[in-house]
Design a binder for this molecule. Structure first.
Ligand code: ATP
Ligand code: MG
Length: 581
């Protein structure tokens, strides 16, 4: 391709709303053009990159026997009501919806479990037709709370979504593992460093799930890793070992109520009772669950969450435990109305029955602890669970933190930030059972499909690659997904010999199958070099003064940060060697 014929635009300035490198560079290099918040035009260059990512995804999925289909984006409300997810997605605000002229309401696919389950339910009758894995690479819509970071979090994006259908759990395990391995190959071939982490399944649900993360400072996800022990988990899901609290082996002492005027936080309590450390205290977090009427009851549930004073509650774990759509902290006024005490004095002792109590595992076995007792300006000391308040239900609700002993080997956890580029889920029979989609098993009995689903954010992968590999001069595409592998520029467009040399190299490289761009624009040498570096072609070939003086081309390998002077007759073979993997 000739740059003079390509729709290329570059900008000197960063867009005002760009907070991260990939957004900045992709906008400046003209790859994305903002239409409105979270909506972008993909330029011809970006489309080449997305097409290359999609091609790798296709090859690897086809290789594990998955079959490509295309599912509608407009999806009937009635279909989503059969799975129970219509109300969930409406309540969370994730799904765009629209109504046709006859009054039928549709959602715009944020994901496609319902459509594909219905399709397979209607077309697969017997266990003999299973296993089956279908996938598509198609547009998804999500009404994100905060679209931002360029292509990372948009309202409309390109996703590969795959769905597997098996007769039983063992089959699902096989499909899931094959997909996990395909993902590893996909990201390795694309040229991003990605790793799998234990994940929370979120609104999609299911029993097990793994996210694929590209390590990058700008990533929105926090990951805890136990190096050398093979443990990595999204902080939403991560656990750690916690030494039991001091006092676990003490004999219970009689409960005492002490005046603690205006002492509300753990920090203030530590100052007020200098002999007591935070791990001798239990704090009580009061929340309510926001429920989805159609899925649960229409009654809001109040929860008192007990956790050791030196620990923090993990909201995702809590949300999962309560089964609500989300959890909300009670306001000061709500706390007073519900407990009769001001904020800062709530506790399990004397708590009104409206609250369901759940305790984090960190509270298990604590003795003679300090906590609130729902009276303003007092706290209770030497409280013992089971005696002074009913022994609560325990669950893992704690936020694991860097530095704590990891769950595998007890070695310190390290925190990394990551960009979620893929997510695989074991769904089990959740969707098929809810939607009554069954096949007939070998004994002639109807059984729901055992499903998995598997996503890759194709457009987010492009942004993640930029984020992970950019340098101070611009984007540095991995070779496999660069819009062009090589860009050749003649730096003196008025010099006929140099122009002809660049043309000849361009022709020879094309003939050898290299994906090459000839920058034949009428620009200064400096402007051309700057532009080509900004746009991120992995290998740049400059034909200019050096060629004139020595017969050598300057070949710049962006990824390696290395520039070589290559003899004229060797340029083609050097480049062919560099791009053929
Ligand atoms: P996130 O936690 O980032 O919101 P998610 O967990 O909701 O993502 P999934 O439902 O797992 O996303 O979707 C599969 C993949 O689609 C994600 O791993 C991600 O790569 C991509 N993706 C999800 N939401 C967006 C978005 N708003 N913009 C671009 N890509 C997205
Ligand atoms: Mg996800």
């Amino acid at each position: 391709m000739r740059a003079s014929q390509l729709h290329l635009v570059t900008y000197r300035d960063d867009p005002a709303d760009a907070e991260i490198t990939s957004h900045r560079l992709m906008a400046r290099a003209g790859y994305i053009h903002k239409v409105s918040a979270g909506l972008y035009v993909y330029s011809p260059l970006l489309w080449r990159t997305l097409t290359k990512i999609a091609a790798i995804v296709r090859e690897e999925l086809d290789a594990i026997g998955a079959q490509e289909v295309q599912l509608p984006i407009l999806q009937d409300q009635a279909l989503w009501q059969r799975s129970g997810r219509w109300d969930l997605y409406q309540a969370s605000g994730t799904m765009f919806s629209t109504t046709d002229r006859k009054g039928t309401t549709y959602g715009l696919a944020p994901t496609a479990e319902e459509v594909v389950t219905d399709y397979v339910g209607a077309t697969v009758k017997s266990y003999r037709q299973l296993p089956l894995t279908l996938y598509q690479i198609h547009t998804k819509f999500r009404d994100e709370l905060r679209p931002r970071f360029g292509l990372m979090r948009v309202k409309e994006f390109l996703m590969k979504d795959a769905y597997s259908f098996d007769t039983d759990e063992a089959g699902l395990d096989e499909r899931y593992e094959a997909m996990r391995q395909a993902y590893e190959r996909i990201f390795a071939r694309v040229g991003v460093e990605a790793f799998g982490v234990d994940a929370d399944p979120g609104e999609i649900g299911g029993s097990g799930s793994m996210e694929f993360m590209v390590a990058a400072e700008a990533g929105e996800d926090a990951i805890l890793i136990e190096p050398d022990a093979g443990y990595a988990a999204n902080v939403e899901k991560a656990t750690s070992r916690l030494a039991s609290a001091p006092g676990a082996d003490e004999a219970p002492r009689p409960i005492r109520i002490e005046s603690t005027p205006d002492v509300r936080s753990v920090e203030q309590l530590c100052a007020f009772f200098p002999d007591l450390t935070a791990d001798r205290m239990v704090k009580t977090v009061l929340v309510k669950t926001v429920l989805v009427k159609a899925l649960h009851t229409d009654r809001e549930q109040l929860w008192a969450v007990l956790i050791r004073g030196d620990q923090e509650v993990n909201e995702v774990k809590l949300k999962n435990h309560t089964g609500g759509l989300s959890v909300q902290m009670l306001t000061e006024a709500e706390i007073e109305a519900a407990t009769g005490a001001q904020q800062g004095f709530a506790g399990p002792v004397g708590l009104p029955a409206a609250f369901e109590i759940v305790a984090d595992e960190s509270v298990r076995g604590m003795r003679n602890l300090l906590c609130g007792c729902n009276r303003t300006d007092v706290h209770a000391l030497d409280v013992n669970p089971g005696r002074d308040f009913p022994e609560p239900a325990y669950a893992d609700l704690r936020l694991a933190r860097a530095g704590e002993p990891g769950p595998r080997a007890g070695t310190p956890l390290v925190m990394k930030r990551g960009i979620e580029v893929g997510h695989i889920f074991k769904l089990g029979t959740k969707y098929a059972a809810a939607m009554d989609c069954t096949f007939v098993d070998a004994d002639g009995r109807p059984r729901p499909f055992v499903m998995g689903c598997y996503g890759i954010g194709v457009s987010r992968v492009a942004a993640a690659a930029v984020e992970q590999r950019a340098d101070e001069r611009g984007i540095v595409w991995p070779l496999a997904i660069a819009p062009y592998e090589v860009a050749i520029a003649c730096l003196s467009p008025k010099d006929a010999e140099l122009v002809e040399t660049a043309e000849r190299l361009y022709g020879e490289l094309r003939a050898r199958g290299v994906d090459v761009l000839l920058d034949d624009r009428k620009l200064s040498a400096g402007a051309k070099m700057k532009d080509l570096e900004l746009m991120g072609f992995p290998i740049l070939v400059f034909v200019g003064r050096t060629w004139k003086q020595t017969g050598r081309a300057e070949v710049r390998f962006r990824g390696r940060g290395e520039t070589l002077e290559v003899a004229g007759e060797e340029v083609v073979s050097v480049l062919v060697d560099a791009v053929v993997v």
